[in-house]
Design a protein around this ligand. Sequence first.
Ligand code: C5P
Length: 393
Amino acid sequence: MSGGIAAYKAATLLSRLVQRGHDVQVLMTAGATQFVTPLTFEALSGRAVGVQTTDQPMGPISHVKLGNWAEVLAVVPATVGILSRMAIGQPTDLLSLTYMSYQGPVVVAPAMEPKMWQHPQTVAHCERLKTEGVQIYGPVAGHLASGETGWGRLIDTDFLVRAIEHAADARELSHTRVLITGASTWEHFDPVRALTNPSTGMMGFELAQEAAFRGAQVIYVHGPGGAQFGTLHPNILPVAVTNAKEMYDAVFHHIEDTNIMVSAAAVSDFRPERMAAQKLHKDSVSDCWQMIRNPDILQDVGQRYGDRKFLVGFAAETENVVESALKKLERKRLDLVVANQVGAHQGFGSSDHRAHLLDRYGGRQTLDPMTKEQSARIIWDRIIQLLKRDHNV
Ligand code: C5P
């Protein structure tokens, strides 16, 4: 931690990391101790905090021992001063000294006034650190302690927990471009009402985040509400659409440049034959509205690119889950299908069901009930495993 007002947020981050089973050694710059007391961090981490270059929280030559011990070094918050000391190699505190004797993954979360963040020296220091492989996240825009608004706020704690846990595999999917669809489509029949389904979009969002944290460049084409679950990773380009036709166009606009497509969107198979320009009133509508078929985006992608791109589909079924999903794998020319049982209280928005991963080599994996974040992790593990044996991509 270095000395900025955002230092108080590091206590929440530390607590979250400890609750998730991580062992954390805190190093603070002298500046950080002016904002928050080491006692707080000692209590939360169960370890003595190191500050000066002469402090030895891990015994003699602590900076070297720490360098060997830690699996990740995270600098939260990072001020203009620590960025500079890290970039030019001026270790005047235990933190920058440890950075210089550390060879593992480094995550940095800057927080400072926008003018300092935009200063050419800061820009140059960040560029330098990035070329050394340092992962820099944020700052994000918003209200600042000075009363100003701008790019300077520390990125949120949930994001940092994930960035730290993923720091070691941030290059796993580098040079890979991924297209992900997520959330439901809305097929409007008047300006204020639409035909849709209860998919929350969380699965597509988590799959996009997971791919980005592993180093992929991600295009995330999502229906309404599909990007609302947290701070998007900077590697993600969100493309917001409303209905299936727009999703179709966005997918075909971007697919050429991508290696992998994961289709997690709950696309409406039908749309009302027409859309009224004004809100419809009860009396003006006949009981029966004609519906017409929407194109099957994934199926069309499979027909055109099935032999050249790695395609992952989802199958939400109310019965014969595995059999139906296997037919879909075949018909849409997919490499992997994630099959879920859905019903009145299952599937969409819930995590109390077992998903099945079925691949085109005959592999079968049934997942225990888990969060969407956890299943996104397992789905990407599986994709990467299958890519290694498939040289088409
Ligand atoms: O055939 P079914 O709709 O069950 O297939 C589900 C899979 O196909 C999902 O991956 C979904 O994203 C995709 N899909 C699509 N376009 C549609 C319908 C489904 O891309 N119109």
